[in-house]
Design a protein around this ligand. Structure first.
Ligand code: DGY
Length: 323
């Protein structure tokens, strides 16, 4: 039997690439160079499956390739707001993602950011490496206590729940949740969480706010200047979801004018380009989209794509079908 042809847009963990080679007629991106829209279109035209990741932009124009061969886009990553959903639906292309296997590691990173910004870890490291540390003193780089504080979680899917678990059971934090749909009382009770009705209700009550909602047009600039104004003047914002969820200019103003205590970001609108105003904010911790960047999570994400592909080519509905 002829093996299906599969095109992978970026370098993947070696163990996963080895398995792909065994199972499929696969083209790997050994140079790991980001692809142009025309190269992605050519992959859609000529391969049975295209395996993009969260940095490839599969817009309506890119997807709409005349007589495309690809019937499945098996995405490496949980977020799929980079794939134009209405067009994929219209064209009848199956789209899958990789949930669950990165939830713990992404929540670990959100907690890392929360602790870094509260305890001024970025400031401390910069000072030390610059050779300007003059030694311990009672007033040096004084941060904010985390334990026992109130954490607001926006978006209570798998990653939001993992964040709540760490914060509540590890740091004794009180958890408030905002989610569009009602969360089952049993699910909230696991982490002592309370669901509130609106962001306007949640933001003024929290010492920390962590974003775990999807990106896409619906959530673009969900955190606007008006909503930043609702936060306590010493509260911190953490974003490991998608850059577009935060109005970055409004955030930079809130940070520069001390309207909030600080922020910590792992994701950026239009990344890897960073809005230069953000780099000017001292009370901001910035990491380069590392949420799922552990060996364990990245391998598991790849194997999850393999599961989705074998479901699809065996004629079943893939376990992680999102479109
Ligand atoms: C995702 O999977 O959506 C992350 O942003 C990258 O792990």
């Amino acid at each position: 039997m002829v093996k299906p042809s599969v095109f992978v847009t970026r370098r993947w963990p070696a163990a996963v690439e080895a398995q792909l080679i065994e199972n499929y007629n696969v083209v790997l991106n050994t140079e790991d160079k980001p692809l142009s829209p025309a190269e992605i279109q050519s992959a859609l035209k000529n391969y049975d499956a295209v395996l993009p990741t969260v940095t490839d932009r599969l817009t309506a124009e890119v997807l709409d390739v005349p007589s495309a061969q690809a019937r499945i886009i098996a995405n490496y990553g949980v977020g799929y707001n980079h794939i134009c959903e209405p067009t994929a639906r219209k064209l009848g292309i199956t789209v899958t993602n990789t949930p669950d296997v990165l939830s713990e590691c992404t929540a670990d990173l959100a907690m890392t950011l929360l602790l870094m910004v509260a305890r001024r870890a970025g400031d401390g490291e910069r000072e030390l490496r610059a050779g300007s540390w003059t030694g311990w003193r009672p007033t040096h780089l004084v941060g904010t206590k985390v334990s026992g504080k109130t954490l607001g979680i926006i978006g209570y899917g798998r990653i939001g729940q993992e964040m709540a678990r760490r914060a509540h059971h590890g740091f004794g934090m009180e958890i408030l949740v905002y989610s569009r749909s009602p969360v089952a009382p049993k699910v909230l009770a696991k982490n002592g969480a309370t669901q509130v009705n609106g962001l306007e209700d949640l933001l003024p009550k929290c010492d920390f706010v962590s974003l775990h909602c999807p990106g896409g047009p619906e959530n673009r600039h969900l955190i606007s200047s008006r909503r930043l104004d609702l936060m306590k003047p010493d509260a911190f914002l953490i974003n490991t979801s998608r850059g577009e969820v935060v109005d970055e200019f409004a955030l930079s103003q809130a940070l520069m004018f001390d309207l909030i205590g600080g922020a910590a970001l792992d994701v950026y609108d239009g990344e890897p380009r960073i809005n230069p105003v953000l780099s000017q904010c001292d009370n901001l911790v910035m990491l380069p989209h590392l949420g799922s960047a552990t060996r364990e999570a990245r391998e598991a994400m790849g194997f999850r794509v393999l599961d989705n592909l074998s479901d699809f080519f065996d004629g079943h509905d893939p376990r992680d079908r999102v479109i």
